[in-house]
Design a protein around this ligand. Sequence first.
Ligand code: SAH
Length: 400
Amino acid sequence: MSSVRYPTASLKPHRDESLPGGHLWIFSGALQQAPRWVEAGGLLDVKSSTGQFVARGYYNPQTDIAIRILTRDPEEAIDAEFLRRRVRSAVALRQVFDPAVTNAYRLIQSEGDGLPGLIVDRYADVLVAQVHTLGMEQLWPLLLAPLLEETGAQGIVLRNDSQSRRREGLTVEEPVVVVGAVPEQVLIRENGVQFQVDPREGQKTGFFLDQRDKRAALQKYARGKRVLNCFSYTGGFSVYAALADLATHTTSVDVSVPAIEAARQHFLLNGLNSDKHEFMVADVFEYLEAAHRREEQFDVVILDPPAFAKTQSARSQALKAYRRLNTLGMQVLRPGGILLSCSCSGVVGMDDLLGAISLSAQRLHHSVQLLESYTHSLDHPINLAMPETAYLKAVFCRVE
Ligand code: SAH
């Protein structure tokens, strides 16, 4: 028996079906009653209605997801050693990256790495962490030592600046360096391509690491072509496309001034002539409408918008927005051109994205061939029992 004893929460009868399969969430409606003797964010054991141990996790009385599971082993205490084992396992998975080629990746992907509520991205020697839940906030102090020691990182930035923290009863905070000296810009390599990441002010944790494999996949379609990169952020897709062939021409469009400025710098950083490429600070919807009126055509169009829906209730609005965006994108694509269309809305599935593309094509009397489909790369592992945590969908299509 584990030496530590935890308070208990009991499930209603037959409410533990998805748990043996590896699902890590228990909704408040599945509990017989609110557990006693446990503080918000505290650890507890979950028992079946017949009193059998089911799992151990942390509790939040404020959220629909009442309990997030950390272990299914009754002998496994949730302590510094437990956290170290999880960090070690996450680090082991990322050994596939040769740091001479790729030294930036997601190190901890929340449920996908068995640490619900925690995101840690690695940028060279700097770790950028986000704590999304009250339970993880309580464990966080125990994570600093394993994170540093298991990775050899020199610094940690804590970015608890996401608005979603309020739902958990947490405060939204300014980014703060909790360990080491962290430079304003961190130079990273991704598939040998260089980028500067701002770990304090950049969007998310500074860079969209989840597009690494799609950026590499894009190169073969981009050689010598005219590429339009919508929602370019700091130019990730554009730089890869431009590196594929010196004859490639890219246009990067984003509403953020610092992002577009960084995109231009990223061309120079990679030895590319930024004067031969276009950088536009603009709303993508307006840009696409204007480009269509000018009858401008591109060989490759990339659509990587921010999440249009964060909740189920916003879903139907979001589907409309995806349809509109994909229609606009197809209108500036030359016949036979390549569309890379992405969605990072968790509540929008792959079928939804393909449906939006398909409807857009129908409207325009185009036909679409689906060429490649992606989710995240291996550094964003998906817990197979929780397909709903696979937020990113990306497809390459040929549109005739
Ligand atoms: N493709 C990027 C990541 C895109 S994230 C990469 O590979 O790094 C989404 C981007 O969309 C953000 O940079 C945000 O500034 C931008 N954005 C959001 N709404 C926009 C709009 N209406 N028009 C243009 N850009 C927008």
